[in-house]
Design a protein around this ligand. Structure first.
Ligand code: SAH
Length: 566
């Protein structure tokens, strides 16, 4: 499964097709296109140098579709600074060459090979150790950790200079590498979980085969884990995960300790002592009991997918109106980590593309409570679930349905789920922004749908909101099943507003074929509106004036009554 989320940066339209092919290797990656030169990229940037340097400084892996020289010159000022060195690759515009430039220890060669495989070319690998031995000793596969980088670099240059090596301990991936092995050799690669001081001729590699079972009540948990490992003479680098009872799943102490130790947290359905927790998760492990903790040392690196189960996560996300650049970064990150995606088919499609390992559960728009319960069942089983809404999930959308389902449930497994609501740009705000600032003063947001509330309360609220001189934003203004309601709503509003009141109609805002119209209340009729339209009606102070580029600006001033002196 590909977890890396690089940025794909392109300078011209001619690179877009290659960029899309690379995106299939990294579905969560965004294509950044130069403003004015590229149409149809996922996001637009103004200045190449500043953009590339900002990505680099945020440690984002970079795939630049341009000459390697341009990338080198652009990043050169940053290279002497210590700090993160994310993978950086240059790829020829036509996809004919893939050149890893920086980030050897961040896995740039692995990325180069993955991209090259996607483009059906060979990667231009130039790292001698990697070419000679077929593996990067300094960047062991998951399941193993390198003891120390500096002595590792010295060790690899010794081997390149002709020294032979003896491997102690089991590391199957090293046996497949073309290392100059010799049982008599002085230089040793030592593979094991025991803490040890490396001698000058030794490279230490730690298998991640250790799990520590803990209880949330232990004071200063991360420190307790470190000192227990030390007492048991087990290397901290071998720690693969923390284990706990699933009754403590929602504990913030556990979450913080795992974060501090940089390892995942796994749970088992055992409420008893730490020793039983450890054995339940890692059956044949050797157990060391130290203080209140149980250290489980397995014979092989732990495959974390099969150790206990993770705390499930349920994120209710808002996609924004539709355009990718209006989606908040937290939502993009959530989409990349999700295992299951639920929602109305149109929105699930809008949230994609998804990887093959991500399960899509598309349902009809109306089955909201069923969808919410389905999401909790999946999350309670340890999956990372997303429920998709358009706009903001808290505005006439799934967040309230999900909370209602949780409120009605007494299942502790549902309440233990890591529930997150991630906001989005709601249709009223996206429409208002395109028109100017029609909601620039107090306003009232209403859904005109009487599916889940009586029409009488809608009339009452409309009447009072219009009377209070609030600008109005109507969601769900009309549908085939609700043909007359909008007309009646407009009659009520007209009792409190003149026919000249500005009205903004935004249809499919942020989506292909979007339209934005500014008209007046007097000319607004229900047939100009459909269920994909946002209706904004001004207050008595909302006004318009021509824009230089055609059409009009609409805004509601910040003040009310008399204009303040400025
Ligand atoms: N959660 C969504 C609203 C869902 S209700 C949000 O925050 O935007 C659905 C209604 O929202 C539609 O009937 C329409 O009135 C409005 N709407 C949603 N997306 C829209 C878009 N892209 N352009 C215009 N109106 C939209």
């Amino acid at each position: 499964m590909t977890q890396i989320t690089p940025a794909i940066v392109i300078l011209g339209q001619g690179s877009l097709a290659t960029a899309r092919r690379i995106q299939q290797v990294y579905p969560a990656a965004q294509i950044h296109g130069l403003a004015g030169r590229v149409e149809g990229a996922d996001s637009v940037y103004q200045e190449f140098g500043a953009t590339l340097r900002a990505l680099y400084q945020q440690a984002t892996p970079i795939i630049a579709l341009c000459a390697a020289g341009i990338v080198i010159r652009t990043l050169a000022p940053l290279l002497l600074e210590k700090g993160a060195e994310p993978p950086v690759l240059a790829v020829a515009e036509d996809g004919s060459a893939v050149v890893p430039l920086l980030g050897g220890l961040g896995g740039v060669n692995v990325m180069a090979r993955d991209i090259a495989a996607g483009l059906q070319v060979a990667a231009a690998i130039t790292t001698s150790g990697e070419l000679r031995f077929g593996t990067c000793l300094l960047n062991p596969p998951s399941g193993y950790a390198l003891g120390d980088l500096e002595s590792g670099k010295r060790f690899v240059s010794d081997l390149l200079a002709g020294h032979r090596v003896h491997i102690e301990g089991a590391a199957p991936w090293l046996d497949q590498a073309q290392l100059p092995q010799d049982p008599q050799a002085q230089r040793t690669i030592h593979v094991g979980t025991a803490e040890r001081q490396a001698s000058a001729d030794e490279l230490l590699i730690y298998p991640r085969s250790v799990a520590v079972a803990v209880r949330a009540e232990t004071a200063d948990l991360a420190h307790a884990v470190r000192s227990a490992l030390q007492q048991a003479k087990v290397a901290a680098q071998s720690l693969a995960c923390l284990l706990a009872a699933d009754s403590q799943m929602a504990s913030a102490t556990l979450r913080e300790a795992a974060l501090e130790l940089g390892v995942p947290l796994r749970f088992v359905a055992v409420a008893a002592d730490v020793q039983s927790i450890a054995l339940a998760a890692v059956p044949h492990a050797q157990i060391h009991l130290v203080q209140n903790l149980a250290i489980a040392v397995a014979a092989e690196p732990l495959d974390i997918k099969h150790v206990g189960r993770p705390r499930g996560r349920l994120a209710v996300i808002g996609l924004g109106p539709g355009a990718a650049e209006l989606m908040v970064p937290a939502v993009k990150a959530e989409l990349a980590r999700a295992t299951d995606v639920l929602g109305y088919e149109t929105y699930v499609r809008m949230a994609g593309p998804f990887r093959d390992d991500q399960v899509q559960h598309c349902t009809d728009n109306r089955e909201e409570m069923q969808r919410a319960r389905h999401a909790f069942r999946l999350a309670a089983a340890g999956r990372s679930v997303i429920v998709v809404s358009s706009g903001d999930p808290g505005v006439f959308a799934m967040a309230a349905a999900v909370l209602e389902a949780l409120h009605e449930s007494s299942d502790p497994a549902w309440h233990n789920v890591d529930l997150q609501i991630l906001p989005g740009v709601s249709a009223s705000l996206a429409t208002a922004a395109q028109a100017g600032a029609p909601l620039g003063h107090d306003f009232c947001v209403m859904s005109l749908s009487d599916n889940l509330k009586p029409w009488s309360i809608i009339e009452k609220r409309l009447d009072l909101a219009a009377q209070a001189d609030l600008a109005l934003a109507f969601y769900n203004p009309i549908s085939r099943a609700r043909p007359w309601q909008l007309g009646r709503a407009l009659e009520i509003v007209a009792q409190h507003r003149t026919p000249q009141t500005p009205v903004v109609l935004g249809r499919d805002i942020g989506r292909p074929g979007q339209t934005l119209r500014t008209i007046t209340l007097g000319t607004l009729t229900a047939d100009q509106v459909d269920m994909r339209t946002m209706v904004l009606i001004g207050s008595t102070t909302t006004c318009t004036f021509p824009r230089a580029s055609g059409g009009e600006w609409v805004y509601t001033p910040r003040w009310y009554g008399e204009k303040p002196l400025s």
